[in-house]
Design a protein around this ligand. Structure first.
Ligand code: GLU
Length: 463
């Protein structure tokens, strides 16, 4: 018995802009299903629209996928480079009588559109060259190649997400396969590429559902195997409206720049339209084990930034301290010393931050030598009384072994002796050492900075 064929999936972005989060989710679902089934995940760059496709957009897509960890198998396929092959198929259909040359002039097409408009119908080609002999056309007249599509009955898309979606064939006109300049249309290119790439499952946004019916007509005319389809509902903004610029953060890069981790994004994007019971935290290995096209929701998914923050906080806490320090280093260059301090301070820092950006900000006082510039609130603390406290507690601190416990005991003893609470002593210490009024546990931070550096910072306020 031959082994059943493993699924082959693809992500097929048009490089006309950034990788947006809808596209990223499509890529993720394809990738997950391929990894779940031990199949293949291919990448095809649909760069046939020469005016709108740019190398920057290609780079943004490749970088975005790499950052998300969605590795594709083999080399990316570039659609434009395959135009000759697409043309060949159009000509094959022509030779088989499944397509025909259409010599309708732009003016005739405009008249057809105007007529349809006047009758309140969708603009459609009326099939006037379908059964006409090309010899009736003026010599050398330009022509397009159109598919001789079925005119009666239905084309049914069996969709794993949407169920059976039916299209009346009399509503689908004879689509153009090859333009008069010999370039293939997008519809033809997709079908030929999917066939040549052995694609078994087409999973993409539901804005392509209508295209599926048209693409099926080409597939059937060729007698090619039909892929399984899954059309994903759109992503909506937190307010339930269709996602738009107004909602901000459309590009995957924006999430990286805001300090979200790739593993967070994979979990988050997975939950946009896919569920496994009530599980919210689904690490990637678990997602690969569980993912199935059948569990994709039918209604639009909503962005929820609070969920995103919570997930990111979770994955940050779960991360190794040194790896987390590396993430900070990707945002800003760090000296070896800064990196060592950061890793040592990480247990306290990572409990408090929801993003890598927040983490980097909270840790900024570790990255320099000498007293950090105090913020406004810290400045207020570092006036007369605060400075007097610093001057008073300093000798007690100096006499310790600089361990967190000993530092705390010394500060506490000093506070007790002066009838103060520990907090009153800790406040100016924190302000002088970190430049802030909030920080990870103070005495831990003093130990991280070390005796010498801490003393330099404290002395700056002691006359
Ligand atoms: N290139 C299309 C897009 O970016 C996707 C086509 C497909 O997945 O079939 O929307």
């Amino acid at each position: 018995m031959p082994e059943p064929k493993k699924p082959v999936l693809r992500f097929a972005p048009s490089p006309t802009g950034m990788l947006h989060i809808g596209g990223a989710r499509t890529a993720l679902f394809n990738w997950l299903y391929a990894r779940h089934t031990g199949g293949t995940f291919l990448l095809r760059i649909e760069d046939t629209d020469r005016e709108r496709s740019t190398p920057e957009a290609v780079a943004a897509i490749l970088n975005g996928l790499e950052w998300l960890g969605l590795n594709w198998d083999g080399q990316a396929v570039y659609q434009f480079a395959r135009a000759g092959r697409h043309r060949q198929i159009a000509e094959q259909l022509l030779a088989a009588g499944k397509a025909y040359r259409c010599f309708a002039t732009p003016q005739e097409l405009e008249e057809m559109r105007a007529k349809a408009r006047a009758e309140g119908k969708p603009p459609r080609y009326d099939g006037r060259w379908r059964d006409r002999d090309p010899s009736e056309a003026p010599a050398g007249a330009p022509f397009v190649i159109r598919l001789k599509a079925p005119q009666t009955g239905e084309t049914i898309v069996h969709d794993v997400v949407q169920g059976d979606v039916r299209f009346a064939n009399d509503q689908l006109d004879d689509m153009v396969l090859l333009r008069s300049d010999g370039t293939p249309t997008y519809m033809l290119a997709v079908v030929v590429d999917d066939f040549d790439m052995d694609i078994t499952h087409v999973v993409r946004g539901d804005d392509h559902l209508n295209n599926a019916a048209r693409q099926l007509q080409i597939i059937r005319a060729m007698g090619w195997p039909e892929p399984a389809y899954g059309h994903l509902p759109l992503i909506h903004g937190p307010d339930g409206a269709k996602l738009s610029k107004r909602h901000g953060a459309l590009a995957v890069e924006a999430y990286r720049d805001m300090g979200y981790l790739p593993q967070t994004m994979r979990n988050y994007l997975l939950r946009l339209g896919w569920s496994h019971g009530d599980d919210e935290i689904i690490p990637t290995d678990q997602a690969i084990a569980w993912f199935d096209l059948r569990n994709i929701g039918r209604s639009p998914a909503r962005l929820d930034f609070k969920k995103l923050d919570n997930l990111n906080a979770h994955y940050m806490r779960a991360m190794d301290d040194a790896a987390l320090a590396d993430e900070v280093a990707k945002l800003r260059p760090l000296s070896d010393l800064a990196k060592r301090r950061l890793s040592a301070a990480m247990p306290g820092l990572k409990e408090r931050a929801k993003t890598i950006v927040e983490l980097a900000e909270a840790a900024a006082f570790l990255f320099q030598d000498g007293p950090p510039a105090p913020d406004e609130a810290a400045q207020k603390i570092l006036t007369g009384d605060g400075r007097a406290i610093l001057g008073g507690v300093l000798p007690a601190l100096e006499s310790t072994d600089w361990s967190p416990a000993a530092l705390e005991a010394a500060a506490r003893a000093f506070a007790d002796a002066g009838g103060m609470k520990l907090g009153q002593v800790a406040q100016p210490l924190r302000a002088a050492l970190t430049g802030r009024t909030a920080s990870p546990p103070l005495f831990d931070m003093m130990a991280v900075l070390g005796r010498e550096e801490s003393l330099v910072r404290l002395m700056a306020y002691v006359s």
